[in-house]
Design a protein around this ligand. Sequence first.
Ligand code: PLP
Length: 426
Amino acid sequence: MENYIAKTAKSKILYEEAKNHLPYGVSSNYRYFDPYPLYLSRGKGSRVWDVDGNEYIDFNLGFGVLEVGHANEKIIEEVKNAISESSILGFEYSKSIELAKIIKSRFNVDMVRFSSTGTEATMHSIRIARAYTRKKKIIKFEGHYHGSHDQLLVNVNPLRDGIVPASLGVTEESLSNTIVCEWNNLENFEKIVKSSNDIAGVIMEPVAMNMGLIPTNVEFLKGVFELSKEYGFLTIFDETKTGGKMYSGASGYFNVRPDLIILGKAVAGGFPLSVIGGKREVMSVIGPGKTAHGGTFNSNPISVRVSILTLKEILTQNSINYIISLSKELEKGYNDLAEDLDIDLKVSRWGPSGSVFFSDKMPSNYKDFISTDIQRWNTYFYSMLSQGVIPMGGFNEEWTTSIAHTKEDIQIHLEKAEKSLRLAKE
Ligand code: PLP
């Protein structure tokens, strides 16, 4: 950490000032890390620069948003065009229909509604599930994050076991219809499903990416879908992260058709836009006097136009293949390093994202994740930062590659990782 501190004097000064104005000096808790947050000033391509002028190769990419790279020229042009025709029109924006069609065919859903953030979209999705089924309970999984609204803010982030609200201010009452299950554990899921006849839906990250990236057991997933049919509750894929990582998201990858999916982050090329998509009969509960869904900034012209451009012209199948190939090189490089350095390190990857766990076993759920060696992860992380690589956004995050990254960026990442893993091993 000393090297990081030595390089980031201006971030420290800014933090001393910022914390008088913003709690912990940041606008989102997840941006804070000890001893003070890194304040960035700009980005281009695969690189970002901090206020001290340090350059970093960025594998966090706005927590998985910027697969198009920072300050993408095509997107800059589109934003200029869009803004010259207004940034918000109030009534429905005509091009939202074009975007709806693109999403329907790419993600195999019948209807969509747009929101601005993943949090809003998952919040609406569980209301829709309840409205459709006329049941109350929602099952979520330990370690899965669905944004910062109360009903799903449980058992994610605090490194503790048991049913733990992830925030002060989340009341028992707001969690009274939330049931928490263990990820990748079908027996546990089945037991819970059989114990209640009031389950409206199950929401999940189809590939868990908020406890590092944890591989999904395909048999488990199959079992969840079968049980949902048998017991009459909805399946909701929160694809806020996974949606942009494979051409048709996780539902396309696993070849399943959830009742509802949520998209966010990468699908709008760096602008705030999220999607609730699903089967026609389920989405049809939305409407005036029926199920509420609203938002002043929903389908605003800038986000919609950038999303159309991103999905049609930038994150094409070829681009996705390219960013996955880079990520595979990182995965291989980390595995080789683990072997060469004889260090207990497990490397996971799905599409263009992956994680490293300081553990002798690949975590398959939240309990496994919280028993990995976070101290070693921290040593590795600060060493990477001090060498000019942001390897991922935090110990519970993952790397993401973008179309702006090159093979050379991967090479540099791995060179720096070698030194960082050596240090972590000491
Ligand atoms: N769902 C998942 C799977 C996420 O990873 C996140 C954010 O990281 C969210 C929902 C919340 O999205 P937002 O931060 O846009 O509200």
